[in-house]
Design a binder for this molecule. Structure first.
Ligand code: DI6
Ligand code: FE
Length: 422
């Protein structure tokens, strides 16, 4: 762990640092440190370019000679950058009219069955040009970045044909290039049955497997493949075909599973060693067992649960019992989670799902990194990791899940580049 750093003679490890924070409390989120939040108090942490290179207790710290920026954190807390591991933030249009229908008692499923829901966003997204799609999606990404998000997953799934699915992924790539953020892209072509294939969904699955996945891979547009396994979307057998094609192309696998009913999609995803299964309100013990065995992350989306006024909670206690890592994400989308806030998702994870603030912060740092297959790169304050870090004016990390809408963020660091906030 850090012991060898503490005793390194003369503090050599800091010699090549470009920036050093001193007098800082670290919520390392490192599991090897046997304290809540992997907390290390009264530390110095140094970065060189985009990497964390040294961590030691202030008692052992010696100021290196040379050209280094020193930042006195004055006892504030540093956390890893926040990671939103499940969003649909690229889309056009909005569904305010459907929200009003839902307030009159029409259900999310009924709206979908009448050709609204996801398909109404498909219509608007198909009609938008690439430039327009980027323009309307930017403010949603900005909202997340302002909260301290430095890595976000973005899904397609509102194109539902080759050109428009690829257009969505290209929009995500343009957003990546234009913003200080790491983006993980996911092809969610199997999100809803497109109008053109209502009577022959299997043919659409053929198109996804034989044309869309290869085209997205060819253009290096995609990191993972996702599906919506549900009565109003795709069957387990159809999802299995998509997963097999994804696996053949070396893509990671994720799934919207057990959101509105138990389809045992989680077992299917586990059999493909999925990175994550997401939603999980209807997940049962057999499903928990399966994802525990495959090392799959359970990504919880409390904002969708809240916005759809669900009453069935994901099986949190079973997930704990089987030691399944839990991530928390915003699910930002126009239908079930029109909320551009990872901080609100963290608070909801505690208030609605009864997660502890420690689990909540782990859900948007180390476990979110795992859900994206990026555990070696981001999600912890650890030597060797990318320097994505946030400095907060808080007395304890629990405040990040407890309060919402306050201005605690003081400084953001993305890939070693430091910016002051406020
Ligand atoms: N489940 C969800 O909650 C989102 N997608 C999904 O498969 C909702 C997407 C939408 O309604 O637009
Ligand atoms: Fe989703």
């Amino acid at each position: 762990m850090y012991i060898h750093l503490k005793s390194s003679i003369g503090n050599m490890v800091f010699d090549t640092a470009t920036v050093i924070w001193i007098n800082v409390n670290l919520a390392t989120m490192d599991n090897n440190i046997d304290r809540d939040y992997g907390a290390l108090h009264h530390q110095a942490i140094g970065i060189c370019d985009d990497r964390i290179i040294a961590i030691c207790a202030m008692g052992q710290f010696v100021l290196p000679i040379g050209d280094v920026r020193i930042i006195d954190a004055k006892g504030r807390w540093l956390t890893p950058g926040l990671i939103d591991a499940h969003t649909h933030l690229v889309y056009a249009g909005n569904r305010a009219a459907e929200f009003e229908q839902r307030l009159q008692g029409v259900s999310y499923q009924q709206i979908a069955e009448r050709g609204g829901g996801i398909l109404s966003t498909v219509k608007a997204t198909r009609a938008a040009s690439l430039a327009e799609l980027v323009r309307v999606s930017q403010p949603r990404l900005t909202a997340l970045l302002n909260e301290g998000v430095s890595c976000v997953e973005i899904k397609s799934g509102y194109g539902l044909n080759i050109d428009d699915e690829l257009k969505m992924l290209r929009a995500a790539k343009i957003l990546t290039a234009n913003n200080p953020v790491r983006v993980s892209t996911t092809l969610l072509a199997a999100h809803s049955i497109p109008p053109e294939y209502q009577h022959n969904p299997d043919q659409y699955i053929d198109l996804i497997c034989q044309q869309l996945i290869p085209a997205a891979v060819e253009e290096s547009l995609v990191d993972a493949v996702d599906v919506f396994c549900e009565q109003i979307a795709f069957s387990r057998a159809q999802c299995e075909r998509v997963f097999a094609a994804a696996q053949k192309h070396g893509l990671a696998i994720k799934g919207h599973m057990e959101q509105l009913s138990n389809q045992q999609g989680s077992q299917l995803a586990a059999s493909f060693n999925a990175l994550s299964v997401d939603h999980l309100e209807w997940l049962d013990e057999a499903g928990v067992q399966a994802i525990s065995a495959s090392g799959t992350v359970a990504t919880l989306l409390p904002a969708a649960y809240y916005f759809l006024r669900e009453t069935k909670m994901p099986p949190i206690e079973l997930l704990r019992q089987y030691q399944v890592p839990m991530a928390i994400a915003s699910d930002l989308n126009p239908g079930s989670a029109p909320l551009a806030s990872i901080r609100l998702a963290m608070q909801m994870a505690c208030t609605l799902f009864r997660l502890t603030p420690r689990e909540s912060l782990a859900g948007v740092t180390c476990n979110a990194a795992k859900a994206l297959g990026l555990s070696e790169e981001i999600g912890q304050l650890k030597v060797g990791m990318q320097a994505d870090m946030l400095l907060w004016d808080i007395e304890s990390p629990a405040q990040l899940s407890y309060q919402f809408g306050m201005q605690e963020l003081v400084q953001k660091v993305f890939a070693g580049s430091v910016s002051d906030v406020g």
